[in-house]
Write a protein that binds this ligand. Structure first.
Ligand SMILES: C[S@@+](CC[C@H](N)C(=O)[O-])C[C@H]1O[C@@H](n2cnc3c(N)ncnc32)[C@H](O)[C@@H]1O
Length: 233
């Protein structure tokens, strides 16, 4: 088995390390919370054996940037045989996700505060049975392109972290995300197993799905949402 890296770059500062910890009310809440919040520093401790977090061994599904947690909590309920983890960087959204999970009453979901740019620190080879990126920040301007998460490095990581036969599902309002992922994945061990250029009109190209908060905003505006499913071969 591959060993986990000893030196994690992601730092999860405690309130005492902030000049003004009261500035963000969610910071204290985050540090005081128990499950379903999994602090980034604890994710680093448990990442070599996620079953310890959930108290059971089950397929591990990761959603990156879950926002308000509607999709995460809902999917954990629909797919109760999997262990679900949301990875969110913003304190407020971590706490919103925790509330959604608690409101659903599901035991198989956690929300961790972690930077998705460092996801490879806690999910390594063959560790994932599903990956979900819903409406990643678009960074639409050309000069912002380097801030887009779904870059070549992320695609290489996804191709390694997913187990064979498992899928990465993307929904986005920014078509360029789909086009560049397809380009980055051309020589990676992925097959395109689903694609849809208007999920809001035609539904997702896969069975289990939940409309995310951002997706519903685009639906209300009558704008398309694009979807892509890549399966690890
Ligand atoms: C546009 S919102 C989409 C939210 C949700 N997925 C939806 O579809 O409604 C993007 C989300 O990604 C989160 N995010 C942005 N950069 C991130 C990073 N580096 N690591 C983890 N989450 C991040 C944001 O805080 C936000 O919650």
């Amino acid at each position: 088995m591959e060993s986990q890296p000893m030196n994690f770059k992601f730092r999860d500062p405690t309130p005492s390390q902030f000049d003004d910890p009261k500035l963000n009310v969610y910071l204290e809440q985050y540090w005081q919370a128990g499950p379903p919040v999994l602090r980034g520093v604890d994710a680093q401790k448990f990442c070599s054996d996620w079953s310890k977090v959930y108290g059971r061994t089950a397929p591990m599904k990761l959603e990156i940037g879950p926002g308000n947690g509607f999709f995460l909590a809902g999917m954990a309920e629909l797919d109760s045989n999997s262990n679900w983890l949301g990875m969110e960087i913003r304190y407020k959204r971590v706490m919103l996700c925790a509330r959604k999970i608690q409101a659903k009453g599901v035991q198989n979901a956690r929300i961790t505060r972690y930077d998705a740019w460092m996801v490879g620190e806690i999910f390594r080879k063959d560790s994932l049975s599903g990956l979900y990126t819903n409406h990643p920040d678009p960074w639409k301007k050309k000069r912002q392109a380097k801030k887009r998460l779904l870059n070549r490095e992320f695609c290489v990581w996804a191709s390694e972290a997913l187990k064979e036969g498992c899928s990465w599902r993307i929904k986005t309002d920014f078509e360029q995300h789909i086009l560049s992922v397809i380009e980055h994945c051309e020589d990676l061990p992925f097959a395109i197993t689903g694609r849809e250029d208007d999920v809001n009109k035609n539904g997702a190209p896969w069975e289990l799905d939940i409309v995310t908060n951002y997706q519903s905003k685009f639906r209300e505006m009558g704008l398309p949402v694009y979807a892509l499913e890549l399966t690890r071969i």
